[in-house]
Design a protein around this ligand. Structure first.
Ligand code: C2E
Ligand code: CA
Ligand code: CA
Length: 781
């Protein structure tokens, strides 16, 4: 029964998606709060000022300020000036040809008759709409009621009332915006900026002052110069003029990016702003929507690098777009969007850090899968079944893959296991050991799953663009009464037992416990066994099919345990590989086998010797020195030494291994591809390996007399190998029929029980001494 693919990973993805959703909601709240409370205003202001400096440009010069400055005050008396003096200034300015004149003075209450008359006549001398008069209001701080100060009727008749209330932010007395006008007593009074700027807006509608306009470039003429007539009249001809107070005695406000400036400046700057176009202000929710889209992409895109790039891009846009927009008089409040993006980025980083902190010690550092500590914490006991998958050739595969491919290999294996794990999380113990828990109580169903999984693993997986055969077995523990880690150990033993017994799966049987434990403790005894002489080398003769003579032998490691008897190399070789003892073992076998072959060569004739080379050793830099030193020790010609490398190892050889093989070939050592046919390589592919010999796996040879398919495969392999200049060896020849068939096919060498079982060296000597040319059947042991 096949389940959905890689459910464990999907669960992980689901929880990550949920976390992302929470982060999005939280970041959005941060953005909205910043928008509503204006919490980021100081940062935004700073950025705005920076942009203004970059865009800075002078005023148009069409609005001139006739300033009642400190020198005017010093010369003509304190402010407020009497209306007659103002009238004098108005007259001069009008006579100089000013277009429109605004007089910054409270004319809402009567002064003396003379003063009022003087001003009235100065105003009356102008054209209608030429004179602009101040119409302000004030708010009573206690009652909150508004007090209007419209110009007196006698003045108002000669001019237009304009509003000049400033919108001052309490914080730092800063002025950012100005209104187009306000409704007073049901009557709309446009602002001075609106009139001089030539743009209209609604009641109380504000627009931002563009501070890229350089405040310092405002054209100023001292009122004292005007009164003394020591000024250039042409400076006001055809221009709009503001007669305003700039002396240090009047209120100054903060113009962002500049020093404190008198209030009148803001009206002129606001008017200058409107003259270049009506500014548009994008309220904060607009960029916030954009920020939300970016945050979604960042949080939910599968590809993390793309996600991060989108976030960085989004942040840059929020920072840079205002710069471009302001050029077109569009002012954007980007702070909340900025806050949202920064919050999303920070929360995601924090959550990843927190997650990795939580997972510390709970995951395998290479694969990221939960480990045994995590399994221990999985408090779902008693679970019906603990299942272990044991990848027998895991170490061999890793040794032959490029570095850094282990994660990818585990990924592939785990996702395939996911098909049979029914959505349970998959844990990884040591190399090649995977665990999951099943609540299924029915053994038949479990077995059905495991059989399906086993079948799935029959096709190779692709890692680092290479095809890799995974040899897998399963073990189960169904005894709910014991602690989880004990049950894992039992299931693991069962999986290893299954591998040794050629089974696909096994359920742990406590009766086998003693034996299995003993097998697992083999590793610890290997060094001692070599020292004690329990390890020895058996020699299996290799015959030349053309002559029927023994031309050499394969040295095969043997372990004769004092109590347990013979231990199969199929048990202790993988154990030695896993515990890094394979080098010691190989050195021992190589030394013994080369020593034996040197002795035979000396006594009889040149005698070839083949030794198996573990894939684990292929990439080692000390391989060459080891082979060289053994050859030198026994003064044995390298051409008589064959090193057998399995097909899987040869096919997946990374560069370092290939270099080693090439160096060995250069030395004269013969290389042989062992177990050919069990992997998925083609002979053409194997051409890159400098092998001189192909050793056809015994699984094809043993059925040669019965299977037509195997006959075709063996025959075509022999022909193809010959066409590529390789010799062929058939291993596992067990009967005369096979021997004859191989002879007919033109196979070069044979090895098998029929021509000689692996035997001690003494037995080999006996056979060689008694050998008669053409005799096939040899004494076996
Ligand atoms: P292999 O290299 O394929 O060795 C051939 C195996 O086939 C040997 O099993 C041999 O006893 C067996 N065999 C030979 N003729 C016949 C036959 O006619 N019929 C059958 N059914 N089997 C036959 P053995 O000695 O048990 O070795 C098993 C594997 O252990 C070897 O397979 C090899 O991969 C590994 N091995 C043995 N010694 C060493 C060693 O010194 N180093 C390394 N790295 N691996 C070794
Ligand atoms: Ca071999
Ligand atoms: Ca073989």
């Amino acid at each position: 029964m096949i389940q959905e693919p890689d459910i464990a990973r999907r669960q992980h993805a689901d929880s990550k998606r949920k976390a992302s959703l929470w982060i999005l909601v939280a970041a959005l709240c941060v953005g909205i709060l910043c928008g509503v409370l204006g919490a980021l205003s100081p940062i935004e202001a700073g950025l705005h000022i920076m942009r203004n400096k970059l865009r800075g440009h002078p005023v148009s010069g069409d609005i001139v300020i006739v300033a009642i400055d400190d020198s005017s005050v010093a010369e003509f008396g304190q402010i407020p000036w009497p209306r007659s003096r103002l009238a004098q200034v108005v007259d001069r300015v009008r006579e100089a040809g000013a277009r429109r004149i605004y007089i910054e003075a409270d004319v809402s209450t009567p002064a003396s008759a003379e003063e009022d008359l003087a001003l009235e006549s100065a105003l009356g001398a102008g054209k209608p709409q030429q004179m602009l008069l101040q119409h302000r209001f004030s708010i009573d701080p206690v009652s909150g009621s508004r007090l209007d100060s419209p110009p007196l009727e006698r003045f108002a008749r000669h001019g237009q009332a304009v509003n000049t209330n400033l919108v001052v932010l309490a914080r730092e007395s800063t002025i950012w915006n100005q209104p187009y006008g306000v409704a007073i007593d049901g009557h709309f009074v446009p602002s001075l900026a609106s009139i001089f700027g030539g743009a209209v807006g609604g009641d109380g509608e504000l627009f931002p002052i563009d501070y890229a306009i350089d405040v310092r470039s405002l054209p100023l003429i001292s009122a004292s110069d005007v009164l003394r007539d020591t000024w250039k009249r042409s400076e006001v001809a055809g221009k709009d003029v503001v007669i305003g107070q700039t002396s240090s005695g009047v209120a100054h406000y903060n113009a962002p990016g500049y020093a404190m400036v008198p209030g009148i400046f803001f009206h002129v700057l606001a008017a200058e702003t409107l003259r270049t176009g009506r500014p548009v202000e994008l309220p904060w929710p607009v960029p916030l929507v954009f920020g939300t889209v970016i945050a979604c992409a960042f949080l939910f895109l599968r590809n993390r690098i793309v996600g991060r790039s989108v976030l960085v891009g989004g942040l840059l846009l929020v920072l840079l777009v205002p710069f471009v927009l302001e050029h077109y008089h569009i002012f954007m409040v980007g702070g909340p969007a900025l806050a949202l993006l920064v919050a999303a980025g920070a929360m995601r980083t924090w959550s990843s850090l927190f997650q990795s902190y939580r997972n510390r010690g709970l995951t395998n550092s290479i694969s990221g899968l939960p480990n045994l500590n995590a399994l221990r914490q999985e408090a779902r006991l008693p679970t019906a079944t603990v299942i272990v998958a044991h990848v027998r050739n895991f170490v061999e595969i890793i040794a032959t893959l490029p570095t850094d491919s282990e994660g990818e290999l585990v990924d592939q294996i785990a996702s395939r296991i996911g098909f049979g794990a029914a959505g349970a999380p998959i844990f990884q113990a040591d190399e090649g050991i995977f665990i999951w828990l099943s609540d299924d109580d029915c053994e038949d169903t479990l077995i059905e799953h495991l059989d399906g999984l086993h079948a799935l693993f029959r096709s190779p997986i692709v890692v680092a663009t290479r095809l890799v055969d995974v040899s897998i077995t399963f073990g189960m523990d169904r005894d709910r009464s014991r602690p989880i880690l004990q049950r894992f150990a039992s299931a693991r033993i069962a999986a290893e037992e299954a591998a040794l017994g050629g089974r696909r799966w096994l359920t742990f049987d406590p009766a086998n416990l003693a034996d299995a434990e003993w097998r697992i403790s083999l590793l610890g005894r290997l060094d001692q066994a070599i020292e004690n002489g329990e390890i020895w080398v058996a020699y299996q003769p290799k015959l030349d099919l053309a002559t029927g003579r023994i031309v050499g032998a394969e040295g095969l490691a043997r372990w004769t345990h004092p109590e347990k008897g013979e231990i199969s190399p199929n048990q202790f070789i993988p154990a030695a590989e896993q515990s890094e003892r394979i080098e010691t073992l190989t050195r021992f076998v190589l030394d013994a086998a080369v020593g034996a072959a040197a002795a035979i060569t000396k006594r009889h004739r040149p005698f070839g010797i083949a030794v198996n080379l573990s894939a684990r050793l292929l990439g080692r830099p000390d391989l060459m020195p080891m082979v060289q030193s053994v050859l030198a020790k026994h003064r044995f010609p390298p051409t008589l030494l064959t090193l057998e490398v399995t097909e899987t190892a040869a096919m997946a050889s990374p560069e370092a291994s290939l270099e080693n093989l090439q160096a060995l070939a250069m030395l004269g050592v013969q290389l042989s591809i062992d177990d050919y046919g069990t992997g998925f390589s083609t002979l053409e592919y194997l051409r890159k390996v400098p092998a001189v010999e192909i050793k056809i796996d015994r699984s094809f040879i043993s059925m040669l007399d019965k299977s037509q398919n195997d006959r075709i495969m063996v025959n075509s392999t022999i022909q193809l190998a010959h066409s590529l200049g390789r010799k062929t060896v058939a291993e596992g020849v067990e009967n005369a029929a096979t021997y004859d068939e191989l002879s007919r096919m033109g196979c070069d060498f044979v090895q098998g029980y029929y021509t000689g079982r692996p035997m001690p060296l003494t037995a080999l000597f006996t056979i060689l001494n008694e050998e008669k040319p053409g005799s096939r059947l040899l004494t076996s042991c």
